[in-house]
Design a protein around this ligand. Sequence first.
Ligand SMILES: Cc1cc2nc3c(=O)[nH]c(=O)nc-3n(C[C@H](O)[C@H](O)[C@H](O)COP(=O)(O)O)c2cc1C
Length: 210
Amino acid sequence: MRIIVGISGASGAIYGIRLLEELGRAGVETHLVISSWARETIRQETDYTPEGVEALASVCYSPEDQSAAISSGSFVTAGMVVVPCSMKTVAAIAHGYADNLLVRAADVCLKEQRKLILVPRESPLSAVHLENLLRLARLGVVILPPVPAFYHRPRSVEEIVDHTVGRVLDHLGVPHRLLRRWKETGTVASGDSLGDEHRAAASFAWRLAD
Ligand SMILES: Cc1cc2nc3c(=O)[nH]c(=O)nc-3n(C[C@H](O)[C@H](O)[C@H](O)COP(=O)(O)O)c2cc1C
C-alpha cells in the first residue's frame, strides 16, 4: 500500500508525525511533502526537526518539486492525507490552485478519484473556511478535523492525538490499536484508558511547547 502524506503549516504537526510513525509500523509505503510553514510548526511545536520527520517516510519531496512522481496521476497511490491541513491549503485544494507539490498531489487525488483525507485545523472557522470545506466534502473528500472524543476518558495529550490518528487509519483501512472503540471490549485492558502495551508502542519524542 502506498500513501501520500502532506504536512501543512497548521498547528498540530504532531498529528502528521504520529500518522507517519503508525503507517511505517504497518508497513505502508509513505510519500511525504512538508510545506515550508510546516517546517516551522514542527520546530515550534515538537522536539522533532523537519529532517527527523522526513526520516519517518519512505520517500520525501520538496514542496517546490512539481516534477516529483506524486505530481502525476500515472503514479498510482491509495490516496493522500493532509495532516494537519491549514486553511490556506484547504482553499488551494478546493479551488485547484496547485502552486506547490502538496496541493498538486491532492489535486491529482481529486482528479483520479482517489481517497483524500484532510485533517483541517483552525478555530473559529470563518464562512470562507466552511464553504471551502463543504465544497471538498461534496467532492467526496473526507473532512476529519482533530476534534477529540472523551468517551474513552483520555489521560494524556498523546491519547487525544492518537484518537484522531486512529480515525484517519480507519479511513485508510490500515489496522491499528490506537483507540478504544465505543462499546467494544477486548482491545485494551479494562480500567486502563489505552493499556500499557499501547503506551510502550507509542514513541512520543515530543513535548508541547511552553
Ligand atoms: C505556529 C503557527 C501556527 C499556525 N497555525 C495555523 C492553524 O492552526 N491553522 C491555519 O490554517 N493556519 C495556521 N498557521 C498559518 C499557516 O502556517 C499559514 O497560513 C501558511 O501560509 C500555510 O501555508 P501551507 O498551507 O502551505 O503550509 C500557523 C502558523 C504558525 C507559524
